[in-house]
Design a binder for this molecule. Sequence first.
Ligand code: BGC
Length: 391
Amino acid sequence: MKNERSPAGPSTLLTILFLFLAVGCTDNQMNQDQAVIAKQSFGQTPEGVSVDLYTMTNANGLEVRAITYGGIIVSVRVPDAAGQLEDVVLGYDSLNGYLEQNPYFGAIIGRYGNRIDEGRFAIDGETYQLATNNGSNHLHGGVKGFDKVVWDATPVDTKNGVSLVFTYTSPDGEEGYPGTLQARVTYTLTNDDDLMFDYEATTDRETPVNLTQHTYFNLAGDGEGDILGHELMINADAFTPVDETLIPLGEIRPVENTPFDFRQPMPIGSRIGDDSKQLRRGPGYDHNFVLNRNEAGADSLVLAARVTEPTSGRVMEVYTTEPGLQFYSGNFLDGSIAGKNGVVYEYRTGFCLETQHYPDSPNQPNFPSTILRPGERYFTRTVYSFSVEGG
Ligand code: BGC
């Protein structure tokens, strides 16, 4: 990440101007020194709700496209070392794919990213039962989480890029969660090639909140085989081992001398087949890493991970204010999904780096709290920063 974004307020006139320019531009005219954002239709849900597609393009030609259904990022086009732009995320060509079968490709996850044991927890002595949708556990917000609702979206210009502000009001009792939650997630594409996510929420009753983003990456390019050759560094001395249903055991275990030690860059595939009980449970990497935040306060960004893809030279760094990172190596992709351009998503052809609080925190007293209370403001920030090396 080359530059910290300076927060900028909305400017409706400029937004309208950008929209006008973007919509009226041909590809050649898009060689601008300004970032632009354009809107078009992406169809309708079965209930007849319109879904829009926003295309954000920065001054260097990087392009991020996101839809209002689930806030789903449908494509991210970034250059390789030779300057060749390519889409590096998994997904579908049309809304139907996302409606029919989506293992959370590209989506905003909420209210609670990852699992809650048996979907049950207690706050101040009162027990709540959430929807269960992953065996007997609650996963990624339940049967109809934030990935399956249509968000309102507003484009906003910033000093150094463009933003898209998604808002959604989650009603009291939705998927079993207490309280009305006002959620706001802002995607910003900067001219420094950073894709930044700001997650905000307020509530009128105590409720767990753990918002994240579930984009699957393949930095060689969508459809360019498995991700096992990507080199990954995770800035974590420890991880949270899991039981057979991927619920944390409660232990913070050092990564030293385990296949979970990514403190030095390692190919994802180099130890994924090791004889390790934790890897068998994944099966593969599907674990929360306890990030080294050292003295950094909860509002400062720290480097969580760095991924390089040797054949293309693409690099992605992940910075976050969060204490945890779920590294998921696409173990449940099994060739049953045909995605963009008919590409079949085989085993481990995409990976996710989901910044988060630890899974099952509402039931784990030694994990940082995820309970949001009335009067508090939830805020977390994560940045995916793109660059190249070699070439
Ligand atoms: C979870 C996986 C799950 C996947 C869904 C990840 O965040 O950790 O266990 O299968 O999401 O696609």
